[in-house]
Design a protein around this ligand. Structure first.
Ligand code: SF4
Length: 130
């Protein structure tokens, strides 16, 4: 299943980055290392060899909500942390079920059948096949 673009996992968790990964992201962004640390990492994290991405307005600093609908996307999608790219979306995930409900107004039966108003189910199935 593709990502539902609900932003639930980017709201509930703070990805942890290794030093190498953090330096790679800073480089991809073209941001000086000290600026990256100050602007995008959680200063409360005690680690020196790893970092947590900072939360802002209740979600990851890199999560951007789309205008006009309920979806959200990652501003650093093509080089996001491995903790994020390793996430497997699916209806077995509590977070995806929550996003299905909060973003799409749909639910999933225990067998994985999508339930809700026909028009919404149709839109959702379009997403699944794009
Ligand atoms: S880096 Fe991107 S995918 Fe990872 S939590 Fe932040 S917004 Fe979500």
């Amino acid at each position: 299943m593709p990502c539902l673009r609900c932003g639930v996992c980017c709201t509930e968790y703070q990805p942890r980055l290794s030093l190498m990964e953090a330096r790679h992201i800073a480089g991809e962004m073209g941001v000086a290392w000290e600026d990256f640390l100050n602007r995008y990492t959680d200063q409360r994290w005690p680690g020196k060899d790893s970092f947590l991405l900072r939360q802002q307005d209740g979600h990851c600093v890199f999560l951007e909500h789309a205008e006009g609908d309920n979806t959200a996307g990652c501003l650093i999608h093509s080089f996001k942390p491995s903790a994020c790219s390793g996430w497997t979306p699916g209806l077995h995930q509590r977070e995806c079920r929550l996003g299905l409900s909060s973003t799409w107004g749909l639910t999933a039966s225990p067998a994985g059948k999508i339930c809700g108003p026909a028009e919404k189910v149709r839109c959702f199935q379009l997403l699944l096949h794009t």
